[in-house]
Every structure is written in C-alpha cells, then in structure tokens.
Design a binder for this molecule. Structure first.
Ligand SMILES: C[S@@+](CC[C@H](N)C(=O)[O-])C[C@H]1O[C@@H](n2cnc3c(N)ncnc32)[C@H](O)[C@@H]1O
Length: 236
C-alpha cells in the first residue's frame, strides 16, 4: 500500500524532506497497525469474525449486562463477532441478529440476513420471532454503520437516525406498528454513534427513558474514529 501511494506521487507534493519522511513514517505505522494491531491479532486468536468483538467485551466488563438466559437483539450484526460474544456470555438465552448483508450462521444464534431494520416487514419479522419467545427483550444492541457519504455531519445524522429507529421500536409510548418491548427490569440499549452536533439531543431523548445513559469509547475503537457508544440501562 505504501508503495502504491509512493507511485501515485502523493509524497512528491510535500516539498519539505523531513515532513515527507514523517508522513511516510506515520502512514507506515498506520498500515502496520491495520494488519497487526493488538485487537486484530487477538480476534484471530479467539476466532472472532471481527476485532469489534473486543468493544462489546470491554463494555460488558464495565457494565456486566450479558448474562445467561437473557434475550438479546443485535441490529447490524454482520459479520457476527458481537453475536459470537453474546452466544458465549448468554447460554440458554436467545440471540437474534439482523443485517443488510448476508451473515454466516453462528451456532446458538438466530439470524435475519439481508434485512433492513428500517423496513416495516423486517420489523414485523423481529416482533414475530420475539413473540415466539417471552415477548420482551433484555438487551438491544446496535453497532450499525451506514455506508459513509464522505460528509461527516451527514453520516453522523444518518447514524443517529438509524439508532432512533431502533430506539422507537421498543419505546413505551411509541406508535410504531411493529414495536417490541424492552424489559423494565434493567433493560439495556447499547448503540454506536458517530459523534457530532446531534449527540446532545439524542442523549437527552435517551435519558428521558433510561435511568442511566453513559457515553464511552472502548480501547478497540480506532484512534481516528469518531465512533462512540451510548450505554443505556434502566428502561422506564
Ligand atoms: C460495523 S458493522 C457491525 C459489526 C458487528 N457488530 C460485528 O461485531 O461483527 C455495521 C453493520 O451495520 C449494518 N447496517 C447498516 N445499516 C443497516 C440497516 N439499516 N439495517 C441493518 N443493518 C444495517 C451494515 O450492513 C454492517 O454490516
């Protein structure tokens, strides 16, 4: 990759030699981090499908919300590393994952591939699957990421919108036809956002419905990334 960039002439545009050397050095370090960073290596060792497994593991170590026997819905689950963690931490529970993309099967999880959470038909399917269980959900996870447009503010607002769609699906006074119920006994909603101007308002909306809303950036998030996780507990 470094060679390709060199050939593209990008470094030729930097006149100052020391700056050029520093830029190449930074990029080299970045490329190395991509393929060998601690979490990528650990993910391979533990057979997780993605390094993001360690984000959920860290958040769970802090808040201890994944436990045996619970029902978990994981929205935007592909390739499936969060689901792998859920299945592992919640034996005898029920894990339902869905994603726009195809997701390879995971033993112990129910998966809806090629499924858009904003579609009423898919929402009806989720509700149907949950009704076959006890009906309420203990934990709703959303690690969704829409395709980036390149404009960070637009991307930020689109992701908040997606998170809001999920939030409204289990909200008490919602009028969404296919809503399902989040447990009032310590129900948890964990969602990823990309930081930006709409964060405050969304956190306020969540705070109206949850007794606790915490913002965190797990160690496995890449340094440059604007991603943050909102952990909400105590649904009312
Ligand atoms: C960062 S990945 C999730 C990684 C996953 N947590 C894991 O650990 O394997 C984000 C996913 O969100 C999905 N996604 C984006 N918009 C979606 C939507 N409207 N409905 C369902 N999934 C969506 C994408 O297809 C993508 O696979």
């Amino acid at each position: 990759m470094l060679k390709k960039l060199e050939n593209s002439g990008i470094f030729g545009k930097i006149r100052d030699f020391s700056t050029k050397k520093a830029a190449k050095g930074n990029l080299n370090r970045y490329i190395q981090r991509q393929s060998t960073d601690e979490f990528t290596v650990k993910a391979r060792e533990h057979n997780y499908r993605a390094r993001s497994a360690f984000k959920l593991i860290e958040i769970n170590e802090k808040f201890k919300f994944l436990r045996p026997g619970i029902t978990v819905v994981d929205v935007g689950c592909a390739p499936g590393s969060w689901l792998q963690v859920v299945v592992d931490k919640c034996p005898n529970g029920y894990a339902l994952g869905l994603d726009l993309q195809n997701v390879l099967p995971i033993r112990g999880a129910d998966i809806l591939s090629q499924s858009d959470v904003t579609s009423p038909e898919i929402q009806a399917k989720i509700r149907e699957k949950l009704q076959m269980r006890q009906g309420t959900v203990d934990v709703v996870l959303s690690d969704m990421a829409p395709n980036p447009t390149g404009d960070s503010e637009t991307d930020h607002l689109r992701l908040i919108d997606l998170c809001r769609t999920v939030f409204r699906l289990f909200s008490k006074e919602n009028t969404v036809e296919n809503a399902f119920e989040l447990s009032r006994k310590n129900g948890v909603f964990l969602c990823k956002i990309w930081d930006g101007s709409g964060r405050g308002e969304f956190v306020r909306e969540l705070s109206d419905r949850f007794s606790m809303v915490k913002t965190m950036k797990p160690m496995a998030c890449r340094d440059m990334s604007a991603e943050l996780y909102l952990f909400c507990r105590g649904f009312r």
